[in-house]
Design a protein around this ligand. Structure first.
Ligand code: PHE
Length: 333
């Protein structure tokens, strides 16, 4: 029986192996039949036949397993050979390098101009308390400008996503005594619907200097210098009176429209001027809040929207283009 089984096993495939198993070891298999017939034999014969049969069973089982294993290995090898991974490149050299997003490029360009003007760069947290974002900047709870900055509150009313980079003024002045001269690029958030010129997430660059004898002239000099370096040296600049709670006096800065030159286009709304930033002299109350001697020190501050400036610089007419990450758009910068 063993010889016959082994001969069959030798050339069997997986299906035949199953068949052999059934025929020899199954419920009605040859060896099972023998074991079932043991009843009719004497105790001594039972022992001998039983031993022989179980021995045969063991041999057949192990030979079947061996054959199975080697069959499986052959199949696997075949499969591995057929499905060999193709490591050859499916793209062509030279492939294009990544590049900075236009908003990041603008932040870098603006920062490098201000670095030359003696400013250092700092950053602050995007999650703020009500105190840093509003109170310390002289914006009391009931003040309407809080509505204008539609705020994303988190964890009740205590924490919020900063609506501007101005709270970093407070952080810096808390940590450092005058003179301070820093710019602060960063992301800010406002709870408002997005359209071609608004986004609930955007970027600002804050700048401020506090020292002895700082006047509005210093503010004008720094901003005009920046605008001429960034937008063009011939450009007209005008300071228009405005209002911010944390600066006094306050102004908004316009640049001559370089899209039309004659006051006749959509971008400047036919006025010939484009607003680029807000600024003013740091309010004495703000200086007092951070325990600066407001008799001894004065300062100026300004803040600009990075997306807005990027759009002006490159003539982009929809802010949403800056967030879609469409490579056809991004590759132009
Ligand atoms: N924080 C102001 C805003 O977001 C801009 C600003 C900054 C104005 C600093 C004056 C001084 O609109």
């Amino acid at each position: 029986i063993i010889d016959r089984a082994l001969a069959e096993i030798k050339n069997a495939d997986l299906a035949v192996l199953e068949d052999i198993k059934t025929r020899y070891l199954g419920k009605n298999g040859v060896l099972t039949q023998i074991l079932k017939s043991l009843l009719q034999y004497s105790i001594e014969d039972k022992r001998i036949i039983g031993l022989e049969t179980n021995g045969a069973k063991d041999i057949i089982v192990s030979e079947i397993e061996k054959r199975k294993k080697s069959l499986k290995k052959v199949l696997l090898d075949e499969k591995m050979h057929k499905e060999k991974l193709d490591y050859s490149p499916s793209f062509y050299f030279p492939f294009s390098k990544g590049s900075f997003h236009p908003v990041v490029q603008t932040i870098k360009n603006i920062s490098s101009v201000f670095k030359l003007l003696g400013f250092s760069i700092v950053e602050g947290p995007e999650i703020e308390t009500d105190w840093y974002n509003f109170e310390a900047l002289n914006i009391p709870e009931s003040h309407p400008s809080r509505d204008a900055q539609d705020t994303f509150y988190i964890e009740g009313m205590k924490n919020l996503l900063r609506t501007h980079t101005s709270p970093v003024q407070i952080h810096v002045m808390e940590k450092q005594n005058p003179p301070v001269k820093v710019i602060v690029p960063g992301r800010v958030y406002r709870n408002e619907a997005s359209d071609a010129s608004h986004s609930s997430t955007f970027h600002q660059i804050e700048g401020f200097e506090v020292d002895e004898n700082i006047s509005f002239v210093d503010l004008k000099a720094v901003l005009i210098n920046f605008i001429h370096q960034f937008f063009g040296s011939e450009l007209g600049v005008r300071f228009r009176p405005s209002h911010f709670q944390f600066t006094e006096p306050s102004a908004e800065v316009d640049i001559q429209c370089f899209f039309c030159n004659c006051g006749g286009c959509r971008i400047c709304k036919n006025s010939g001027w484009i607003e680029v930033l807000g600024c003013g002299m740091v309010h004495p109350d703000v200086l007092k809040t951070v325990n600066y001697d407001s008799e001894k020190y004065t300062g100026y501050a300004f803040g600009m929207g990075v997306e807005r400036i990027t759009m002006l610089k490159y003539g982009i007419d929809d802010i949403r283009l800056l967030y879609e990450n469409d490579l056809r758009f991004l590759k132009q910068f």
